[in-house]
Write a protein that binds this ligand. Structure first.
Ligand code: MRU
Length: 343
């Protein structure tokens, strides 16, 4: 069998940011072009592009687009336009720190280039976005190698949400570890949580695993506990949206209950994330802002209404898993064990 082409969710072509529209997967594979930073902001807000590292990469290109569109003839005026775009992009989603990290990196590159011409500054900003994308891909591949070493032979691995190629510049974090372990012949099966309410597991993770012929079974989120009780899960690995200095980790809603179940059943619970997901400024997870999303995500499944329109909804998109429940945090720098102290 010929290997499936690598999944590239975010790329630059013909002066535009290109995205795979993740809201349409798995039914349709549609490319979306963003010509303005406002298009990028809208794509992040509406989950056309999602997953912490992918959001950061897209936002960096958003700043580069803002600089290209700016009519400024001085560097100061150009950087003022860059600030406006950065603020707009930062206001899209609050939890994944990669967004703010990437925006700060491109803004810093712009400030460093102050002595150059406006066009050279524009070129520097785009080059920084390219660098962020390339570094993320390399980080994921390194993480895959570090994480695969933790996976035993014949492993049955449970994952939640989509921390795959689609959520990054490519290859994935948690799914990168699974990809690398699969390449070493160690994966017997991946249990894929469907991940209500937005279904990133069933729509996106399952799509990636089907493309690459990695053995998996899709499960409703409620199934994980009974699987662990029957001894059918050897490890859990998820991604992260923000990791506090003490290792407390925000990830897709439903991750914390999985960690509780894993602890109860003696199953190791791992987190895989690049250093850009670590927020050393936050001492612990209680300080991580948790996004609340639209009630429609819970009242409907797709276009189908599944609850009374009058029912009030609570729809947090993320939860926080305490560091003590995390057996290891896998980054591109290696495998970290508790007690965590990220600086
Ligand atoms: O709301 P989403 O789909 O952006 O949430 C994504 C997650 O929670 C992922 O697990 C996380 O961003 C890590 S992606 C490598």
């Amino acid at each position: 069998m010929t290997p499936a082409a690598a999944i590239t969710p975010v790329w630059w072509a013909h002066d535009r940011l290109m995205l795979i529209d993740q809201t349409l997967l798995p039914a349709r594979e549609v490319e979306r072009a963003c010509a303005r930073w406002e298009d990028v902001a809208e794509a992040i807000r509406s989950l056309v592009v999602r997953g912490a590292p992918a959001i950061g990469v897209a936002a960096a290109y958003g700043v580069a687009l803002a600089a290209r569109a700016s009519r400024a003839t001085t560097v100061d005026a150009l950087l003022a336009d860059v600030e406006t775009a950065s603020k707009g992009l930062a206001a899209t989603r609050p939890t994944a720190v990669n967004l703010f990290w990437a925006l700060e990196r491109v803004r810093h590159a712009g400030r460093q280039a102050r002595g150059l011409s406006p066009d050279d500054v524009r070129a520097r900003l785009l080059a920084e976005a390219h660098a962020i994308r390339a570094e993320d891909l390399a980080a994921n591949q390194a993480m895959g190698a570090h994480g695969a070493a933790l996976v035993p032979a014949h492993a049955r691995i449970l994952t939640h949400c989509n921390a795959g190629a689609l959520a990054t510049a490519g290859y994935g974090t948690a799914l990168g570890v699974i990809r690398a372990a699969h390449a070493q012949g160690k994966v017997a099966r991946v249990w894929v949580d469907e991940t209500r309410p937005v279904m990133q597991g069933s729509r996106l993770t399952a799509w990636e695993l089907v493309r690459e012929g990695i053995p998996h079974r899709l499960i409703a989120d409620a199934v994980a506990g009974s699987l662990m009780a029957r001894g059918e899960v050897d490890l859990v690995v998820t991604g992260a949206d923000r990791i506090a200095a003490n290792g407390d980790t925000a990830n897709k809603i439903g991750t914390y209950p999985l960690a509780v179940l894993a602890q109860h059943h003696g199953v190791p619970f791992y987190v895989a994330a690049p250093s850009s997901t670590i927020d050393p400024a936050l001492p612990s997870g209680e300080h991580i802002p948790i996004e609340e999303r639209d009630a429609a995500e819970v009242r409907q499944v797709g276009a189908q209404q599944t609850a009374p329109a009058e029912s009030p909804v609570f729809n947090p998109a993320f939860d926080v898993t305490p560091a003590r429940m995390i057996a290891a945090i896998i980054t591109e720098r290696g495998v970290f064990r508790p007690p965590y102290a990220f600086a």
